[in-house]
Design a protein around this ligand. Sequence first.
Ligand code: C3B
Length: 792
Amino acid sequence: MPAAAAFRDSLLRHLTYSLGKAPENADITDWRIALSLAVRDRMVDPWFASARATQEGGHKRVYYLSMEFLIGRLLEDAVVNLGLLDVAADTMHELGLSLSDVLADEPDAALGNGGLGRLAACFLESLSTIGCPAVGYGIRYEHGLFKQSFRDGRQIESPEDWLQQDHAWEFERSGVSFDVGFGGDVVERGGHCVWRPDETVIAAAYDTPVVGWRGNWANTLRLWSAKPTTIFDLARFNRGEYAAAAEPETLARTITRVLYPDDSTDEGKRLRLKQEFFFTAASLRDILRRFGSEFDDLKQLPKKAAIQLNDTHPAIAGPELVRLLHDERGMSLDCAIKTAQATLNYTNHTLLPEALERWSEGLMRELLPRHMALIERIDDAHHQAYPSRTVSLVENGDVKMGELAFVMANRVNGVSALHTDLMKQTVFKDLHALHPERIVNETNGVTPRRWVLSANPRLSTLLAGRIGLGWVDDLQQLERIEPMVDDKAFRDQYAAAKRANKAGLSDWLRDTQDVSVDPDAMFDVQIKRIHEYKRQHLNILEAIALWQAIHDQPNADWTPRVKIFGGKAAPGYVFAKEIIYLINSVAKVLNSDPVTSKFLKVIYPPNYNVSLAEQLIPATDLSEQISTAGKEASGTGNMKFALNGALTVGTLDGANVEIRDLVGPENFFLFGMTAQEVVERRMIEDHAAQAIGADTRLARALDAIRSGAFSGGDRDTFASIVDNLSGPDYFLVCSDFTDYWRAQRDVDAAFRDRDAWMRMAMLNTARSGWLSSDRTIRGYMADIWKADAVHT
Ligand code: C3B
């Protein structure tokens, strides 16, 4: 049977026999699930072959432990990587459906908050593309990141329900489950410590295959779901106490019910610690089980397994692995600590002090008594080996998870060059002095399969026509288009692709946001979590100042701009929610202003997620990367924009530094203080007042907010924002405003020469190949994991 007919046959069989639907009764979701199952079938053989090759060759495996995997939609990734795009499109067309409608029907699996979770998803895809044996371990949250809507401009959160529909990608592994305990006590038996938890839940495994480019290799994403050890209390049920009878089940399931809607602050919730231990403990047991099925000598574990802790969330892995090796497998404590240290590695993703997890000793002792004791033993052992007065794992009654992860790791890495340097100078200064070889840098990256090939088909087609498809898994090949930037015909084609993407976005904005924008205006986009350090308020302040300037001279030659914002604020982060309200309030005034709205619009589509990012990034001209220097560990959105030919206006922060080096300073709009200058500026007590005094535009913009220009004349509405900015202004919005304004006017001037702008945009694409997550993963493999790619 020809390939297309076989695929169609498989799809119809799934619709009929897996879903039990007749074609005439099937709706788009039925078709989407049937298509997913037909595609999933094609993953299974490479998946088995990969597992077999790993096992037979005795190869080392990488285990990526992460609280978050922000995978988004999976169908398109799978179709693209398996080379089924044309077949799937034709098949759907024959059935009277459009593939893009079917793809858009998939829920966006938001098992993560932001960059950290999305990075984990890009890494899994790159590991499979490279053919490095790996398992991603995480939590199968019933409810991912909340849905955001706006009511009168304010953020409203509602639960996300991606699992309401069948999740076509996963395989439930009823044979793979582990008991995970909490609480209880520790007793000694036969010279061994035995932990006797007083609460136990079952961790049940669900596997999703992750297939790499060209379908040569597939790894596993294994997510754990919590189940009760006893389903319900029959005696109570028979007495008619139905709710009480179901209590064990409810309590257990609570552990994997929701993703903490928290980006970079530590919520400090007991339930969160339970979640962390739950998935870490289950994953480690699974790793030891797999190791034990292939090898005997546990001391060889570091040769066969590299475990990566994605931030401190799984940092309890240190003491838990020691406990498993020492208490349960009889290895000496010293050897158990050394074996764990040689196996574990830790990635730090933030220097924000409030985001470095600390758990109170009391809570630790109550929930994980044996672990608390082991943390003290680890601390003692470290003190003995490396005498230091300043390094300690427990401080003021808190266990410091960053320090614990560091001490228990073979390698500790930062996620951009600047971030790694700052780690050495600040949070881990003392530990770095004791272990100067331990900290390494692995600058983040993004997968080009999703972020260029799938998200930007017009650009991909253009590239394919010129340089083929080699760039898809060898992104440095984008350099080959650099000589073509001086070819006017190619520039025009590149410009046409961007223009078409913008026109598509304009249509979408008209249909969904009820706002009309000119596709020839500059599309200026800031999409990321809402956080003071990311400074969405600097951006909106500049919009206000620009609006005022246009009013002053409405006949001047302004460069039309559409400012687009996207992002969620943690529900408990009041100030961030005020920023959202301010942006929406400013948008309302500006967009209905008859004098200025043809030059300046502000749009904030709600519920920013991976799918919306895929839509916005290819249509962007200007990427806003304006964090206070020293605060953004890396950023990865900045990379997606540069690859898709958006120019950056940005500070010297995170990976912006490397992006600017790559694309050339003349193709990047730099502004603002350096990390060092930020520290010095903060020492000036009235820095904000000084900045406001020196810049009438800034003073006037703040006055407009204060006087109620965006709050129907009410002076109190945004008082918290104005007071903060004119007072403490910790993130130095005012101090960076003047230079930001200057940079934005440079952007305006540059955008007016469209041809020169396109040349710069093309150079951004041509020179950003290094930003592939394939390069990042190869760095981890060489420097941290000592793992090799396996070829089937
Ligand atoms: C983020 C950082 O804020 C980003 O700068 C970085 O690019 C990504 O991680 C990936 O390294 N981050 C996050 O999303 N959540 C945290 N809790 C901490 C950092």
